[in-house]
Write a new protein. Structure first.
Length: 196
């Protein structure tokens, strides 16, 4: 693994999880899916530091973490770097979901214990969506598109309706759409402020 500082990896994932067994299982599942796990950290400050240093394609973030910075606060800093984040948490109650949605909207909200198919689809969707949004921003700034940029990202076959195989997956997919829509609106309000 080449760990050059600031190097953008096309399908690298940072895991932020304070339960060692969950983190290890997640790492093994992601590697089986063809992703490179660049690190596992158990607190928010280390998550931010690793994201700044390695700029992973995706950060999978537990909400309740060790230390002074929780997952929502860490995600806010990572999202500001124009990097994708998925929440993975055992706290799937409405209050936790609303806090996450209002403070730092990630690409998806997956409940633990996770289903491997749900994880696979949400990871691929988050990486692909972030790549498309980054390309649009770059095009608006006049930066040329790199045609080979997405060649290592697993493609999602079939239509979006084919992605929804169970009520849990449908709920997670709807959460992904809600987060993405809000994130897009927030980016538009930042990039295109109203002129008085």
């Amino acid at each position: 693994m080449n760990e050059g500082k600031g190097e953008i990896k096309s399908k690298s994932i940072l895991i932020v999880e304070d339960e060692a067994i969950t983190a290890l299982n997640l790492k093994l599942d992601l590697e089986d899916l063809g992703y490179e796990v660049i690190g596992i950290v158990d607190n928010g400050q280390d998550a931010i530091d690793k994201a700044v240093q390695y700029r992973p394609s995706l950060t999978i973030m537990d909400i309740n973490l060790k230390g002074d910075i929780n997952g929502i606060q860490a995600a806010e800093k990572i999202l500001a770097l124009d990097l994708a984040v998925i929440y993975l948490t055992a706290n799937s109650d409405d209050m936790t979901f609303n806090d996450a949605l209002n403070q730092s909207p990630a690409s998806a909200f997956i409940s633990k214990p996770y289903n491997i198919n749900t994880l696979s689809k949400n990871v691929a969707l988050a990486i692909n969506r972030q790549s498309v949004e980054s390309e649009k921003v770059n095009e608006a700034r006049g930066i040329s598109k790199d045609e080979n940029k997405n060649s290592d990202v697993p493609l999602i076959e079939g239509s979006e309706n084919d992605l929804i195989e169970s009520s849990q997956e449908e709920e997670n997919y709807q959460n992904y759409l809600d987060y993405s829509d809000l994130q897009k609106r927030q980016k538009m309000s930042i990039n295109y402020p109203l002129k008085l």
